[in-house]
Design a protein around this ligand. Structure first.
Ligand SMILES: O=P(O)(O)OC[C@H]1O[C@](O)(CO)[C@@H](O)[C@@H]1O
Ligand SMILES: [Mn+2]
Length: 439
């Protein structure tokens, strides 16, 4: 058997991992510090002097973190006492044990990129929870909310589209077309995450629905048909009372979350699924990722939006939640640095939960990196192989490409893309629907 490939790492000078660690992450940390500064008077009003002291403490911890990163210092153990602190510190030990030389320590620019990038977000969380009473403050909340608010026009268009679809009148082919349309909306919704733009606003302003045809050439792997075959077969063959569960491993809040809600709503309304389970993050993560608070906030906003179709959607979604047809889950595993092939061992309860799904949709780039272990795979390696034994249920990655990792391409395509568009892997311009499961 050939050796598995090496991990992506900032050690590779000039790589996207390197540029992210050198430029983008310090920029994100600076923005976090600035956010805390800007909330100073709010903290004072709420907590008095204690709030001011806490703000100072958080800023000093974050400045120290930025300095450690920029000077490639060793990765140090976490000192907080949170649900996953011990697991993280064990993982740090494991990373250290991988370095044969006992004097060498894992560091920002030498260790696997997935590990250090996750560690940075976990250290931001540490800085905040060590600074009570600010321990509940989400440093990314403002930008997530802004992304949603700036996408209002597109949100209206999508809600209106969904409300005006008369699903019961559609024949099988029409239903498939609509399903494909909403899958593509959910794909391109992943284009505008905030960590890629260094936390700067990147909301959705164009009318996606009318751009889908133009965007089709940018879909490099298109397994939508497999998703349709799977769900439409279940729809035809299932008994009246049986459950068809689709899980979404969510990515970003704001506009992307709306596109996921629209797709999830369609799945229920069309009876392609009977239950949707959403998996979000327990702590603020990679700037724009969805937490329970974001999930609820976005739903509330839509419900109280001053647009008739938005309000109707929001009302429906709330009812789905109340009826247990939409269920939100979180788990510490999603904010650990492990590839998903480790889930069975590290978080068997989560693995068992995912096994209940008929289909799992993994949204976004970070999920893809974790599915494929963030390794330098050949572009033609089969997706099934890169998953390295992670097969809880049929699954599909819906992702725009924002990192130098992609598998399952036909021979020659990567070379062709590199020649015509050298940054094809990292700009979010290209997308995939990549399925693994029985076909
Ligand atoms: O929100 P997404 O689609 O997971 O993208 C987040 C992305 O941010 C980056 O880490 C860059 O910091 C990408 O490479 C990463 O995977
Ligand atoms: Mn994200």
């Amino acid at each position: 058997m050939a050796e598995p490939p090496d991990f992506l790492s900032a050690r590779d000078v000039g790589s996207f991992a390197y540029i992210t660690m050198k430029d983008r992450t310090p920029q994100i940390l600076t923005k976090v510090i600035d956010t805390l500064h800007r909330h100073k008077s709010e903290f004072f009003e709420k907590y008095g002097e204690v709030g001011m002291e806490a703000e100072k403490k958080a800023i000093s911890l974050l400045s120290k973190l930025r300095n450690e990163l920029q000077t490639d210092k060793p990765i140090i153990p976490l000192v907080d006492k949170w649900a996953d602190t011990d697991i993280w510190n064990q993982y740090l030990e494991y990373q250290r044990s991988l370095l044969n030389d006992s004097d060498r320590k894992p560091s920002w620019f030498q260790s696997p990129w997935l590990f250090v990038e996750c560690y940075m977000y976990r250290r931001i969380h540490e800085a905040i929870i060590q600074s009570p009473p600010l321990d509940d403050f989400d440093v990314f909340k403002e930008s997530k909310d802004q992304n949603f608010l700036e996408s209002q026009e597109s949100v209206n268009v999508l809600c209106t589209y969904l409300q005006q679809l008369t699903i019961e009148d559609l024949d099988e082919n029409q239903l498939k077309d609509e399903f494909f349309k909403l899958l593509q909306i959910s794909l391109w919704g992943n284009k505008c995450d905030l960590s890629l733009s260094g936390g700067e606003s990147s909301s959705q302003k164009t009318d996606l629905l009318n751009s889908l045809e133009d965007l089709k050439p940018f879909i490099l792997v298109n397994d939508m048909q497999h998703l349709w075959s799977l769900l439409s077969k279940l729809r035809k063959t299932r008994k009246k009372t049986s459950i068809v569960r689709v899980d979404f491993v969510l990515d970003n809040s704001g506009f992307e979350l709306i596109t996921d809600f629209i797709l999830a709503d369609f799945l229920l309304s069309s009876r392609l699924a009977t239950e949707i389970h959403f998996h979000g993050k327990m702590i603020p993560w990679f700037v724009s990722d969805t937490t329970l608070r974001d999930f609820n906030w976005v739903m509330e906003q839509v419900k109280h939006g001053n647009h008739e179709h938005q309000a109707k959607c929001g009302g429906d979604w709330e009812k789905y939640v109340q009826a247990g047809r939409w269920v939100y889950h979180d788990h510490v595993f999603w904010t650990l640095p492990y590839a998903y092939c480790a889930m069975f061992q590290v978080a068997p309860d989560l693995y068992a939960e995912l096994q209940k799904a008929c289909l799992i949709i993994f949204k976004g780039d970070l999920n893809y990196r974790k599915l494929a272990g963030d390794k330098k795979w050949e572009f033609t390696v089969p997706f099934h192989e890169a998953l390295n034994g992670f097969h809880p249920a049929p699954l599909c990655s819906i992702r725009t490409l924002k990192a130098e990792i992609q598998v399952g391409l036909p021979p020659g395509l990567a070379e062709q893309l590199t020649a015509s568009d050298p940054s094809w892997l990292t700009t979010g311009k290209y997308g995939i629907f990549q399925f693994d499961g029985p076909v």
